[in-house]
Design a protein around this ligand. Structure first.
Ligand SMILES: [Zn+2]
Length: 523
């Protein structure tokens, strides 16, 4: 069936395929596998250009060793290695043109989706272990190699800590899909963040019933531009995760909420491992107490646990979802002996994405890893400027950077440094709730009826909510030698505005992603 599909002009991308597909894919199986090895993107245009392509990146899980079949026409888009400095090399990602109808068959030697989840969420074999010697079980234990009783390499290689390895490999897949579809039609997509933002700071702080929340939020108001728009992310805003009995009056909390700040519960398991019964107990008892003390506030939809208590692989995320919490900041770049003042993205990603169980089942809670904390003895300015400049500059390591600068006190050296660096680079500082609202807008929006005919691309955009404005649609600036000329919406006589930006080696035209029908002329 798959061979018939591809021969007739269809495209196939197989992840760690069944050997029965070898003929179609143009590969022959060598014996053996590589587990938790490395892959390097080939710098071949157009797919490999613009990505991190001169460095071995990690994959997690198991890859099959195979070779390109002689005479099959298959090419390497990526290479596989057993280790960071090994001399072996196998095809890691392959692409083969099939037949005369434009069909193409591609293969990843490893399961990309599985590898992405494992890179972001840590090693399932370490689930439930206290590896860093700091009880309770926390998210960093899933990444921390140097356990006293079980010394192993760190799960994600620190020599690559600034590279969003999982994101770059997803971008490889995204570029393959676009490239393989191009003989039929170019594909539109949505940009990660509102407008053409390449980075955003999610400012949060935990408040253990000390109410530094009030003075901190007032400081953010003072730092915000006059007449700033909260919905356009122009105001400096932050989240405070509070113990439910923090001495903040409901009327003041309501006033902050109305101004776009977020006051949510700092769920407290008593600093014990957040096993299902303990997490459930904390949520079921503390959320009603929070509601009693803050009747004017909306129910919390984002969270960080006290002591960043975690358990198992992803069970705290499941427990949170049951209680309406849909964004989690518990993944935490900590402690000092792990971080060693090295700025980076310890989950191999700068992007929030939904959690998955270890079997791959999706959980409707976003993981927004906290990359900056005020309890790992870091040089705040070095960390924030490194992460922001990596996102804004030529590297294109686009990132949502989450910070925990405790709101126990109003003053915070770390918060000051982060906000200052963000303002200097015109990077918004928002709440976790603002991020969640945005993710919902972007992920509900969709394209349909995509067509390409006679140099004209057309499609519909639907389900764009106005909760957070600024959704950007993007289409390639050039298609098969033709250059974009005009974009019209809903049959209007006047073309709409667009601007171009190069993303991972490809020039795109960006324009407002509003509901409607679009017709794009290429000449
Ligand atoms: Zn706490």
């Amino acid at each position: 069936m798959l061979t018939t599909w591809v021969t007739a002009g269809g495209n196939l991308i197989a992840m760690r395929p069944d050997p029965k597909l070898a003929g179609l894919l143009g590969i022959t199986y060598a014996s053996g596998t590589i587990t938790n090895g490395y892959m390097k993107v080939a710098p071949t245009a157009p797919v490999g250009t613009g990505l991190v392509n001169n460095t071995r990146l990690q994959f997690h899980g198991t890859a099959d060793k195979f070779r390109l079949a002689a005479g099959s026409g298959a090419v390497n888009l990526g290479y596989l290695y057993s280790a960071a400095a090994s001399t072996d090399s196998f095809p890691g990602v392959t692409l083969r043109p099939v037949g005369t109808a434009g069909g193409q068959a591609a293969a990843f030697a490893y399961g990309l989706s599985r590898s992405v989840v494992l890179t972001r969420q840590g090693n399932p074999a370490w689930a439930g272990q206290d590896r860093d010697g700091n009880a309770p079980v926390r998210s960093d234990d899933l990444f921390y190699g140097n356990s006293v009783n079980d010394p192993k390499p760190d799960w994600n290689d620190f020599s690559l800590i600034q590279i969003p390895q999982a994101d770059e490999q997803q971008r490889l897949l995204r570029k393959m899909i676009a490239h393989m579809a191009l003989d039929r039609k170019p594909l539109p997509s949505f940009w990660y963040l509102p407008r053409k933002l390449k980075a955003v700071v999610v400012m949060t702080g935990d408040d253990h019933a000390h109410n530094g929340t009030d003075p901190r939020f007032r400081q953010y108001m003072a730092l915000s531009p006059v007449n700033c728009s909260v919905e356009k992310w122009e105001c400096i805003r932050g989240t405070s995760y509070v113990f439910y009995d923090t001495p903040l009056a409901d009327v003041d909390a309501a006033s902050f909420n109305a101004k776009g700040f977020e006051v949510a519960l700092h769920v407290n398991t008593g600093c014990a491992t957040a096993t299902q019964p303990l997490m459930e107990e904390a949520l079921s008892k503390q959320l009603p107490e929070f509601k009693k003390n803050f009747p004017s506030l909306p129910a919390p939809t984002t969270n960080r646990n006290h002591c960043i208590a975690w358990a198992n692989y992803a069970s705290p995320a499941v427990d949170q979802r049951k209680y309406g919490i849909r964004l989690d900041t518990n993944y935490y770049y900590w402690p000092e002996k792990f971080v060693q003042d090295r700025p980076g993205l310890f989950t191999g990603s700068g992007m929030p994405m939904r959690f998955a169980h270890s079997d791959g089942t999706k959980i409707d809670v976003y993981q927004a890893a906290t990359q900056l904390t005020d309890e790992a003895n870091i040089d705040y300015t070095k960390h924030i400027t490194t992460l922001l400049d990596n996102a804004l500059g030529a590297k294109g390591f686009y990132a949502v950077i989450t910070a925990n600068m405790h709101t126990d006190q109003g003053a915070s050296v770390g918060s000051d440094a982060i906000v200052q660096a963000a303002i200097a680079r015109k990077v918004p500082v928002i709440t976790a709730k603002q991020l969640l609202d945005w993710l919902d807008v972007r992920n509900k929006a969709r394209f349909s009826a995509i067509q390409w005919k006679g140099g004209v691309m057309s499609f519909q955009i639907a389900d764009v909510s106005s909760t957070v404005p600024g959704l950007q649609a993007m289409v390639p600036s050039t298609v098969n030698g033709l250059t974009i000329s005009t974009i019209k919406r809903n049959g209007g006589a006047t073309p709409i505005a667009f601007s171009t930006m190069v993303v991972k080696g490809v020039s795109y035209a960006f324009f407002a992603g509003l509901n409607g029908s679009y017709e794009i002329q290429y000449k």
